[in-house]
Design a protein around this ligand. Structure first.
Ligand SMILES: [Zn+2]
Length: 164
């Protein structure tokens, strides 16, 4: 078991190194994203599913502000279809704080249930609205591994509409 755990840990480290190179994210930025997402997950409102999810977005810096990290969590409702995903919650919070011009450099998703949880289809499209195909996405896979990918890989035929 120890060997298996070591292998998983080493694989996760190798994967993080690859992610850092590919996205130009620092290890510190990746760690901060996961920390903030995990903190947010502890505030999850999920009395029905008990699936506690957190997400944190890293915003691109601009002339007005440094790249900030903003987190969100899932919020369920007795009328299930009104529930909000953690990813959308984080993006809404970021817009409330920094305005409609935010751009997403990366997003990390975690859950406290030890389950795999890639962003759902609706969240992929929401991430695209404020990100791009290059936006880095980190999410938990089975076996506790963190998967790194890009939004372009998760949503290859995205719906786009010209903005006026
Ligand atoms: Zn979702």
């Amino acid at each position: 078991m120890a060997n298996n755990a070591d292998r998983l840990h080493n694989a996760a480290l190798a994967q993080t190194t690859v992610a850092t190179q590919a996205t130009a994210l620092t290890q510190g930025e990746i760690a901060l994203l996961h920390e903030r997402a995990t903190d947010a997950a502890t505030n999850s409102y999920s009395p029905y599913s008990h699936f506690r999810v957190g997400a944190a977005v890293l915003l691109y810096a601009d002339a007005q502000q440094p790249g900030e990290v903003v987190a969100g969590t899932n919020v369920e409702n007795a009328s299930y279809r009104l529930s909000t995903c953690a990813e959308q919650s984080a993006i809404v919070a970021a817009i409330a704080l920094y305005g409609p011009g935010i751009r997403l450099r990366a997003i990390a998703i975690v859950n406290l249930n030890g389950e795999a949880s890639s962003p759902c289809g609706a969240c992929r499209q929401t991430i695209l609205e404020f990100g791009g195909s290059e936006t880095a996405v980190f999410y938990p896979n089975t076996n506790g591994e963190t998967v790194w990918t890009t939004l372009g890989a998760l949503l290859p035929a995205a719906f786009n509409l010209a903005r006026e």
